[in-house]
Design a protein around this ligand. Structure first.
Ligand code: FES
Length: 160
């Protein structure tokens, strides 16, 4: 790995990879473990993982890019997961999505320029009765309006 990841990040990648490398189907658990720990999978982690699993770098990169869940850049301080599933879509989720993207000035899988908010799509948060729903970090919110989102965003930015 190069200087673009810190020593402690490199240690996390090496530790998780070596602990899980002998499991059957180890690649996905390793990627999840790294993202759970670091918030993303640093591109510099790819050679370490590939070497440990005897895969090509292209194989590892292909899996990371196939699953949108995996990030290759550090997330913002907070992550907003916007529900795009059917119930939320039919209860104002489409308009809410447009509003959220416009207010943040970003699309899915991106982070605001101030580094405060990342935006990710979700497909049902299990909160359909209170559609449209979103999740901020680990807190699920329901019946979210454009005004409600603006208030939430203000709170996130003030706490940043
Ligand atoms: S469809 Fe959005 S929470 Fe279920």
């Amino acid at each position: 790995m190069t200087d673009s990841t810190t020593d402690s990040q490199q240690n996390v990648v090496r530790d998780i990879t070596s602990r899980m490398a002998n499991q059957p189907g180890a690649l996905l658990p390793i990627l999840h473990g790294i993202q759970d720990e670091l918030g993303y999978v640093p591109p510099d982690a790819v050679p370490t993982i590939a070497d440990a699993l005897n895969l090509s770098r292209a194989d590892v990169h292909g899996v990371i890019s196939f699953y949108h869940y995996f990030r290759t850049t550090p997330p913002g301080k907070h992550t907003v997961y916007l529900c795009r599933a059917e119930s939320c879509q039919s209860m104002g989720g489409v308009a809410l999505e447009a509003h959220v993207k416009q207010r943040l000035g970003i699309d899915y899988h991106e982070t605001t320029s101030d580094g405060v908010v990342s935006l990710e799509p979700m497909y049902c948060l299990g909160n359909c009765a209170c559609s449209p729903a979103l999740m901020v970090d680990k807190e699920v919110l329901g019946r979210v309006t454009a005004e409600g989102f603006d208030t939430l965003l203000k709170t996130l930015k003030e706490g940043a």
